[in-house]
Design a protein around this ligand. Structure first.
Ligand code: ZN
Ligand code: ZN
Length: 399
């Protein structure tokens, strides 16, 4: 039986687990109930299991019967602070929490892959690390798991790592999409506080007005992007928050703004940090004001290794047919902490269209929306793809 057929046979169990996770979402780095459910789903399998210390992660290692290299499969498990309005029977039973990014599906798929690969342990030449990760949504759980040793869990670094992500809209149903090179954006936060000296609005020369200086910084940041960065290696700067002052005739002491900064290459990501800080410091200095420029890197660019992305495309085409794979024409503008893995191990991040059959993907609610819905039919697809990638990459042809 092929992995795809075996995965189809597991459909009911995968759906049951996904529904249980969906009804009881947990957010952040500590997901005790989720961890319990996954451990129960993995029980009886020949896995070496290690639990996280600073987060409720699960690292499971499957050692093949024959020696060989190691590959890593990652599934994230956390939900979002969103109040679900999907109208589905499995709607979250926890107020203000929802699996709106589909991580419940990833978790179920990865347990499915653990079952599929455990059943083929005798044919496996090498090891598989299953990385069940909390805290993808803004908490950098992948980084903490790396600090706690996930990449060395099998005794040696993986030769490749793969992650799947379901998308509830825009993509054609049950189609996998990926590309070599940048796949997801880097996302940073830039917090700027301009400090001057307060005073009366009628005698501005006796004060140091931070408002025009902060305004100049906001427009200069846009000029910096268009004059300083290649249009084909885009950078997006959006100042989404700007606050200063209390009354029209009072010059405030302080103005503060915050920006989100997205970039799509390691080079631009490194350069924008330095340039943005230099720019606001230079403008403040020119007017004799002080500035605090707090540049916070959240997630790096998720870069797919060219050969691994090719390998994923070839595997999908062979297992599911030509029409089930699309080469992404450009990166996705979201960001991912799988980037911390892809910075260290040749990786491929793959998106999977998971819009349910009764809605038009063009009109469906996107991930993170309270109305977002995901199709259970992709569960065996994802589980089988994870398993195929591991089996093929370890050098054993699938049956
Ligand atoms: Zn998300
Ligand atoms: Zn996500």
């Amino acid at each position: 039986m092929s992995l795809r057929e075996s995965a189809a046979d597991m459909r009911d169990e995968l759906v049951r687990l996904r529904h249980a996770l969906h009804r009881e979402p947990e957010i952040g780095l500590h997901l005790p109930r989720t961890q319990e459910k996954v451990l129960a789903a993995l029980s009886g399998l020949p896995l070496e299991i290690r639990l996280g210390e600073r987060l409720s992660s699960i690292t499971a290692v499957l050692r093949g019967a024959r020696p060989g290299p190691t590959v890593l499969l990652r599934g994230d498990m956390d939900a979002l602070p969103v109040s679900e309005r999907s109208g589905e029977a499995i709607t979250s039973q926890v107020d203000g929490r929802m699996h709106a990014c589909g991580h419940d599906l990833h978790t179920a798929m990865l347990t499915g892959a653990a079952h599929l690969l455990s059943a083929r342990r005798d044919e496996l030449a090498g090891n598989v690390i299953f990385m069940f990760q909390p805290g993808e949504e803004g908490k950098g759980g992948a980084k903490i798991m790396i600090e706690e040793g996930v990449l060395d869990a099998a005794g040696e670094r993986p030769i490749a790592a793969y992650a799947l992500h379901v998308i509830s809209a825009a993509l054609p149903r049950r189609v996998f999409i990926s590309k070599g090179g940048p796949m997801m954006a880097a996302a940073d936060r830039f917090v700027v506080t301009v400090r001057g000296a307060g005073g009366h609005g009628s005698v501005p020369h006796r004060a140091k007005d931070p408002i025009p200086v902060a305004c100049e910084m906001v427009t200069a940041l846009q000029t910096m992007v268009t004059r300083g960065f290649d249009v084909f290696d885009p950078v997006v700067v959006t100042v989404g928050s700007f606050h200063a002052g209390t009354a029209e005739n009072v010059i405030p002491e302080e103005a503060r703004f915050e920006a989100t900064i997205r970039s799509f290459s390691k080079a631009s990501h490194a350069r924008i940090q330095e340039r943005a800080v230099t720019l606001v410091k230079g403008i403040a200095a020119a007017y004799g004001l002080d500035v605090e420029a707090d540049y916070q890197v959240s997630y790096p660019v998720t870069v797919n290794d060219g050969a691994e992305a090719e390998f994923v495309g070839a595997t999908v085409r062979e297992v599911y047919g030509e029409q089930r794979f699309i080469r992404a024409p450009q990166p996705f503008t979201g960001s991912e902490d799988f980037s911390f893995v892809s910075d260290r191990v040749p990786s491929a991040f793959v998106a999977l269209g998971a819009c349910p059959p009764d809605i038009d993907p063009g009109k469906a609610a996107y991930n993170h929306a309270p109305e977002a819905r995901f199709d259970d039919a992709v569960l065996p697809d994802g589980a089988a793809l994870y398993a195929e990638l591991a089996v093929r990459r370890l050098g054993v042809a699938a049956e």
